[in-house]
Design a protein around this ligand. Structure first.
Ligand SMILES: CC(C)(COP(=O)(O)OP(=O)(O)OC[C@H]1O[C@@H](n2cnc3c(N)ncnc32)[C@H](O)[C@@H]1OP(=O)(O)O)[C@@H](O)C(=O)NCCC(=O)NCCS
Length: 156
């Protein structure tokens, strides 16, 4: 089980890990929308306060579900190599999906690296595209998950 805690943080706190994990050969670590008021960023920290995982969620139309009511994009998911497999990524994902649901979102989508597709599948995402290349980064697939409406009551 993961021993990390997850909190909302300013965009700037995610850039170091974005750079180290997602852009190790260089490239922008700040992206359009990072500072939009609706965008939120999460950091996973070890008990000593070290940031070992980051992710961003922003309200953005879904390329594969143009009629979705309130779609959000997940971007910049990264955990430090040393903590992988210990639940930090899942903690970020679960926390983010819960926060999107609270904000009224009904769907989360992402351009998933093919190498990470299994991680998202374990959390309930589905692959909805053929593989496509992102220049300089590698093969990706489109993935999404439908979220229950916030406050929806269960039928008995
Ligand atoms: C993908 C990534 C965020 C996963 O983070 P993590 O901290 O290792 O994830 P967790 O330990 O919480 O794993 C949750 C579950 O997913 C599984 N999992 C993790 N990475 C996986 C992968 N690449 N493929 C398949 N399953 C994976 C774990 O085994 C675990 O399974 P369990 O539910 O049986 O315990 C991390 O490997 C990473 O930063 N990779 C490099 C950057 C990257 O590819 N980011 C995604 C860009 S789209």
């Amino acid at each position: 089980m993961s021993s990390v805690t997850v909190d909302e943080v300013p965009a700037g706190e995610t850039y170091a890990l974005r750079g180290a994990v997602l852009r190790p050969n260089g490239g922008e670590v700040t992206w359009p929308g990072d500072e939009d008021p609706a965008t939120f960023h999460l950091a996973a920290r070890t008990p000593d306060g070290r940031v070992v995982g980051v992710v961003r969620f922003s309200p953005t139309p879904c390329p594969w579900r143009p009629l979705a009511k309130d779609p959000w994009q997940l971007r910049g998911m990264a955990t430090e190599t040393a903590v992988r497999g210990s639940g930090a990524g899942r903690a970020l994902l679960d926390d983010g999906l819960a926060r999107v649901t609270t904000r009224g979102g009904d769907l989360v989508w992402c351009d998933a690296r093919v190498t990470a597709a299994g991680f998202y599948e374990r959390a309930g995402f589905t692959v909805v595209t053929e593989p496509y290349d992102k220049p300089g980064i590698g093969p990706h697939v489109g993935m999404l998950i439908d979220l229950p409406a916030a406050g929806a009551s269960r039928s008995s």
